[in-house]
Design a protein around this ligand. Structure first.
Ligand SMILES: NC(=O)c1ccc[n+]([C@@H]2O[C@H](COP(=O)([O-])OP(=O)(O)OC[C@H]3O[C@@H](n4cnc5c(N)ncnc54)[C@H](OP(=O)(O)O)[C@@H]3O)[C@@H](O)[C@H]2O)c1
Length: 249
């Protein structure tokens, strides 16, 4: 099944309403995951502010379901590492996780998870209340220390691959010169553009069953969907992991 990943703060906090408006009845044909953790600041023109305040998180989950017109399949705690720098970070993370678990119990989402760009601070003191889904950076743009931390978090949460999702396979920008110049042909016996190979490899670094990719282009979307069937040479992935490990040593 194809899913849509969004967040409370995307499109200047209008993404849920916009999605419900554009997709209408079709929305039920997709799984929907969203994220809470960024909130409007006092200056609407300024960047969104991050917070793990349980009251704000709960309100955001409630508003998300209301604006979407349906309960999301997954609500992620959005980049909790952004607010784990103050005093008592473990308590703040734990309270946030309990808030999302309570929201799930109240029927405001089917499952809850953690979406993290950099899980290194999460693996030092994982919360006692563990998520049932993880959304982690995946693919060739992820540096070895982050990849290792992702794998450790998966282990700590004891999740099957079906509950581990990847994101941002191009590190946010597929127009970077590196994506045109790098030779990825060792990863597959098939002939395919670099973007397709990089997207497919993102399912294996670390092993995930979904990859959230951003596109505004139908042809790109079509090509990405087809790329999920590209055969990948497992030994090439192993060799790549070995090389990145050596590089960071
Ligand atoms: N902290 C977090 O939780 C967090 C942070 C970042 C991202 N995310 C999630 O990850 C998703 C993806 O991240 P992202 O959009 O930042 O990065 P991304 O998926 O790595 O890259 C998106 C870029 O790749 C281009 N692209 C996609 N397919 C392509 C193709 N076949 N050929 C050429 N270019 C292609 C897109 O351009 P076109 O529009 O031209 O296709 C877009 O500019 C987000 O939507 C979000 O759900 C979560």
């Amino acid at each position: 099944m194809v899913g849509i990943d969004t967040a409370f703060n995307y499109q200047r906090f209008n993404s849920h309403r916009h999605l419900a408006h554009v997709a209408g009845d079709l929305l039920d044909d997709f799984t929907i995951s969203t994220k809470v953790g960024f909130f409007p600041g006092s200056d609407p023109a300024a960047c969104a502010l991050h917070s793990l305040d349980p009251r704000r998180l709960r309100e955001a989950v409630e508003q998300s379901a209301e604006s979407l017109g349906r309960v999301p399949d997954v609500v992620f705690l959005h980049s909790p590492e952004r607010s784990l720098t103050g005093r008592a970070p473990e308590e703040a993370l734990d309270a946030a996780c309990i808030t999302l678990a309570d929201a799930q119990r109240a029927g405001l989402c089917r499952a809850w998870g953690i979406a993290t760009w950099d899980p290194r601070s999460l693996i030092t003191a994982p919360p006692p209340t563990l998520p049932s889904v993880l959304l982690l950076r995946s693919g060739l743009s992820v540096a070895h220390p982050i990849l290792t931390a992702c794998e450790r978090l998966i282990e700590l949460c004891d999740l099957p691959a079906t509950n581990v999702w990847g994101m941002s396979p191009f590190g946010g920008d597929a127009r970077e010169a590196a994506w045109q110049e790098v030779d990825l042909t060792d990863f597959t016996p098939a002939s395919a553009p670099n973007t397709d190979i990089a997207f497919r490899v993102a399912y294996d670094l670390p092993p995930v069953t979904r990859v959230a990719v951003g596109t505004t282009n139908r042809d790109h979307l079509r090509s990405l969907v087809a790329a999920t069937n590209l055969p990948i040479i497992p030994e090439a992935v192993t060799t790549y992991r070995g090389l990145t490990r050596e590089h960071d040593r």
